[in-house]
Design a protein around this ligand. Structure first.
Ligand SMILES: [Zn+2]
Length: 204
C-alpha cells in the first residue's frame, strides 16, 4: 500500500460536516414556525441544519477540559517574576438565559510562581469556558480559578467586558451597554500596590 502525499487541498479541507439528528432539525423548524414563518420555504429549508451546526460550534467547550491547556508549563523563566498579561482577547459566548450572544473582550493576568505557560494558552482557557451556555460572572470566575488552581501562580486577575445581545437587541434595548466583571486572586487581591499595577496595565 502506498501512502498518498497530502496536497494543499487535503490540508485546507474543512472538517467534515457533522450529521444533524432529525429531532434537532425538527426543534428548529418548530421555533421558526412559532415565530411566524414557514420552515418549508426555500430560504429556510437548510436553516435547521445550519443552526444546529452553528450551535455545535458555539457549544464546543463542553467537549473539552480547559485546564488541560495549562498542563504544559515551562519552569525556566529566567528569573522573570513580573506580571504576565494578555489583554483585548476577543471572545464570543452565549447567555444561558436567552441563548443570545455575549460578545466581548477579556484581559487575563497572572504573577508567575515557578511556572509559566505559552501565552496563547490563556486565551484557550477563556474560549474553552466561553463556548458554553454562560453567565458572565461565572465565565470570569472559571477562567481565573482554573489558572489559579492549575498554574499555581502568586496572583491572578481576570477582567471581562462584554455586551449581551439579550439586553442590547431586545428587552430593555440598550445598544452599546457593556458589562464588566472581574475576579482578582492572591497577591493581586491582598497587595493594593500590586492590584493597582495590574489594573493599570490592563487599562483600568
Ligand atoms: Zn440573556
Amino acid at each position: 500500500m502506498t501512502e498518498k502525499t497530502p496536497t494543499v487541498g487535503d490540508l485546507v479541507r474543512p472538517t467534515p460536516k457533522i450529521e444533524v439528528p432529525e429531532e434537532v432539525q425538527d426543534a428548529v423548524r418548530t421555533l421558526i414556525r412559532w415565530t411566524g414563518d414557514d420552515p418549508e420555504r426555500e430560504g429556510l429549508i437548510d436553516t435547521p441544519r445550519r443552526v444546529a451546526r452553528a450551535w455545535a460550534e458555539y457549544a464546543k467547550g463542553y467537549n473539552e477540559d480547559p485546564s488541560l491547556h495549562l498542563s504544559r508549563t515551562f519552569e525556566e523563566v529566567g528569573g522573570y517574576d513580573e506580571i504576565v498579561l494578555l489583554k483585548d482577547i476577543p471572545f464570543q459566548s452565549h447567555c444561558e438565559h436567552h441563548m443570545a450572544p455575549i460578545i466581548g473582550k477579556a484581559a487575563i493576568a497572572y504573577l508567575p510562581g515557578d511556572r509559566v505557560v505559552g501565552i496563547s494558552k490563556l486565551a484557550r482557557v477563556l474560549h474553552g469556558f466561553a463556548r458554553r451556555l454562560q453567565v458572565q460572572e461565572r465565565l470570569t470566575r472559571q477562567v481565573a480559578d482554573t489558572i489559579w488552581e492549575h498554574l499555581e501562580p502568586r496572583g491572578v486577575a481576570v477582567v471581562i467586558e462584554a455586551s449581551h445581545a439579550c439586553m442590547t437587541a431586545r428587552g430593555v434595548n440598550t445598544p452599546g451597554v457593556m458589562m464588566t466583571t472581574s475576579r482578582i486572586i492572591g497577591t493581586f487581591r491582598e497587595d493594593e500596590r500590586s492590584r493597582k499595577e495590574v489594573l493599570a496595565l490592563m487599562g483600568y
